[in-house]
Design a protein around this ligand. Sequence first.
Ligand code: GLN
Length: 547
Amino acid sequence: MARFIFITGGVVSSLGKGLASAALGALLQARGYSVRLRKLDPYLNVDPGTMSPFEHGEVFVTDDGAETDLDLGHYERFTGVHARGTDSVSSGRIYSNVLEKERRGDYLGKTIQVIPHVTNEIKDFISIGEDEVDFMLCEIGGTVGDIEGLPFFEAIRQFSQDKPRGQCLFMHLTLLPYIKASGELKTKPTQHSVKELRSIGLAPDILVCRSEGPIPVKEREKLALFCNVRADSVIAAQDLKSIYEAPLAYHREGLDQAVLDAFQIAPAPRPDLSRWEDVADRIYNPQGEVKVAIVGKYTELEDAYKSIAEALTHGGMANRVKVNVEWVDAELFEREDPAPHLEGFHAILVPGGFGERGTEGKIKAAQFARERKVPYLGICLGMQMAVIEAARNLADLGDAGSEEFDHEAGRKRFTPVVYHLKEWVQGNHKVTRKATDDKGGTMRLGAYDAVLAEGSKVADVYGTTSIEERHRHRYEVDIQYRDKLEACGLTFSGMSPDGRLPEIVEVKDHPWFIGVQFHPELKSKPFEPHPLFKDFVRAAKDTSRLV
Ligand code: GLN
């Protein structure tokens, strides 16, 4: 039976709760335990799939096709454990399950209430697969006191009562503000936050306190006394230069030891931190730098492309270079020549996206990269843009475009080189969609196999001809243009196993030009960089030597 660790936050949001959870997961693994991490989000959307990246950052897709919170990406990057659809839930999902059961008559005419019906639904979610791992880490989104969060806090309180004593632990993350004028680190907001927790029946066992610098003994003792935790369970979370130092930093602070002590696990197994020591060495001791432009639409919010930024960092670590990313707004190229803006970059990446806005600029970026022989990685929409560019400028299809933009505009303007896919095969069954389907969860989602052409660049990069990658899109490159495009030098080097759906294209006679219909960034880890990102950064490094 798993032990449960509940991670809550207080004082302010964005303190790095997801990161702390992920780092703790990694530390428990380093001590030989198996872990699974879960996120419980109080917002009312059923899942983040329909939320704009501006609102909530990137949507992280799991192998089993769930559209989840970007924190699941942190969990995977730190633990290597592939997240599942059942590792992420929101109030919206919980309520919609409860209401579905109510309509079905499952509650036998009872009055449906937050306690026990909603809290039971949350508790059922928490315990899915509890026998599979040693530790289940559940992070509650938002901060204590949020109105939507209450049923979740109540559910974890009940859950810990339902379980035998000593099987659940509460870890609370807060902020210690530093007041410059008086030169003091303030503990009062943390005290209030813990008071708030205790008023709903939860007492933290461990306090993780974000602070700019170390926490002096006096403040530690004060926090321990006023918040009713042991002094060695007050853990400082100091600002770090790289998130990948977090496991080592938390270990130095004694977080994993405090957790094992709280569970009375003695003697504690010794940790093997060599993986994280290597990661830290690579990130802090690069031997060069490369400059990569990401030409996209959601450039104001870095979290919108979180996994891409991380995967590039991993690629840099593999090549021992620092990757300096610059975010370029694609719409700029609809007004201005991209050349002066893109010259000087060692590689160009066009990420995924939805809708027409900015696409003509992305097509220009792909053209620049192809013609100037700058390494190019097109991801999902970035691949579709590269295909449209080649169709227009190499294959004489001047009006090539995507059906996505025609749908949006409500009229037909383009030859649909990229079309709306309505029927495909997943494993052994057929999936069908209508143009009028709901927007939520109706894309080609999750892990699909692809077969790579022998002798292609991608087969070389991957070191194999059969791969599995995660998808999230509605539109697809039309196979009927394959011969025409291949004759012009754009090879379809990766295909779905049934040979119907193009998965990868590459430009011949180019140092590195690859477009992929899937999202390789979702599977990259610091200790296991994704082959495409590893080789893309290598190509950028080669370019940097030429300029
Ligand atoms: N909008 C495109 C599609 O739905 C691309 C999606 C993406 O980049 N994730 O096919």
